[in-house]
Write a protein that binds this ligand. Structure first.
Ligand code: NAD
Ligand code: DAU
Length: 344
């Protein structure tokens, strides 16, 4: 492994992964291949741009020729596919984009990977592919995939293609299924950065429904380390869950953000729920722990670091919260906020 293509490397987790890998492996060359959608931002890669072992290619993973050209030009031997449309709410509003990028795009990458014979194709997937998990169950890697949103269905579809290429063509693949990440460079449409940046500006924190839905919020670098371990030590054709196994209700997460910022809990505003909202995901991560991984940050540490980053990097998120973002925010929240207040 020497020349890695990181698709979606200008996004949240991808950019953190690029910085992590450049620092950890002195002889690796990293090429980011990214379409630069609203979520992909060159400023996320500012630290990497000056590094001679780093290159950036602007392109769409659905464009087979562009992918092939980048893979050949940079003698790529490893592909890590982060590129995706990642927001569940947007996937509910406009499902076509998730199908195109997450399914068709993954297929195009697999085709090129097979053609050139890469050493490894690693797919970044999500705990959402298991669907809603009732108490006290935890999802293990062999469990059935029962996705319930356009986003999670597209990610499950992508996984099935990846596995099919392993079985049918012998492509050396691995998959990780991560729980919710938090940390630097997280686009402020997702709950934690949205609540944090709204709270800084004394704006309401829109909590869906009763806010008792639970998520496993993990620090992004813990997820990156899990991916790194699977990339180097994971068994071919296998997938691995990555999360803290600690569950936090959204309402508790919102209150903690307000406490960290010294803001009143009255900023919490209950709004109409997300359609088909999965109330709980819960991973069993023992398979990854058996490879020597453990989560280094507790939820409180991860949240504290994240909130501090947004306080200290307002030059990063303030320009984002304008233009297209405001139009999206209006479409997403205007009617929701007027709906009957749900039971708390
Ligand atoms: P993000 O939305 O922050 O970034 C996505 C990146 O993909 C952007 O840079 C965007 O420009 C790029 N992209 C989108 N469509 C593209 C296309 N057609 N061609 C090339 N590039 C394209 O996403 P993220 O939150 O960093 O998530 C990264 C990956 O991790 C995704 O595959 C997501 O499903 C998965 N994941 C995310 C989380 C999470 O909590 N954020 C948890 C588990 C898994
Ligand atoms: O679980 C992994 C997944 O985590 C990733 O695969 C997705 O790419 C990523 O976006 C994330 O999905 P979620 O839907 O869990 O993340 P989001 O930040 O959108 O929402 C977190 C929780 O907060 C969820 O229960 C919905 C709720 N929520 C979200 C928003 C945006 C609110 O209550 N209000 C909001 O305004």
């Amino acid at each position: 492994m020497r020349n890695l293509l990181i698709t979606g490397g200008a996004g949240f987790i991808g950019s953190n992964f690029v910085h992590y890998m450049l620092e950890r492996y002195e002889h690796y060359r990293i090429v980011v291949f990214d379409k630069l959608t609203y979520a992909g931002r060159m400023e996320n890669l500012a630290q990497a741009l000056a590094n001679p072992r780093f290159a950036f290619v602007h392109g769409d993973i659905c464009d087979l020729d562009a992918v092939r050209e980048a893979v050949r030009a940079h003698a790529i031997d490893t592909i890590v596919n982060f590129a995706a449309e990642t927001h569940v709410d947007r996937s509910i509003m406009t499902p076509d984009a998730v199908v195109r990028t997450n399914v068709n795009g993954t297929w195009a990458l697999l085709e090129v990977a097979r053609e050139v014979g890469v050493e490894r194709f690693h797919q970044i997937s999500t705990d959402e592919v298991y669907g809603f998990i009732p108490e006290p169950q935890r999802s293990r890697e062999g469990d059935p995939l029962e996705p319930r949103s356009p986003y999670s269905a597209s990610k499950a579809g992508a996984e099935h293609l990846v596995y099919a290429y392993f079985i049918t063509y012998g492509l050396p693949v691995t998959i990780t299924r991560g729980a919710n990440n938090i940390g630097p460079f997280h686009y402020p449409e997702k709950a934690v950065p949205l609540f944090t940046t709204n709270a800084i500006d004394d704006l309401p924190l829109p909590i869906y429904g009763d806010g008792r839905q639970v998520r496993d919020y993990q620090y992004v670098l813990d997820h990156c380390e899990g991916i790194d371990i699977v990339l180097h030590r994971g068994a071919l054709g296998e997938c691995y869950n990555v999360g803290t196994e600690v569950e936090t209700p959204n309402i508790e997460m919102a209150r903690k953000i307000l406490d960290l910022l010294g803001k009143p809990h009255s900023l919490i505003q209950h709004v109409a729920d997300r359609a088909g909202h999965d109330r709980r995901y819960a991973l069993d991560c023992s398979k990854l722990r058996a490879l020597g991984w453990h989560s280094r940050h507790s939820f409180d540490e991860a949240l504290e670091r994240t909130v501090r980053w947004y306080v200290e990097h307002q030059e990063w998120w303030r320009p984002i919260k304008s233009g297209e973002y405001l139009e999206y925010y209006r479409r997403q929240y205007a009617e929701r906020a007027q709906a009957d207040p749900p039971a708390r």
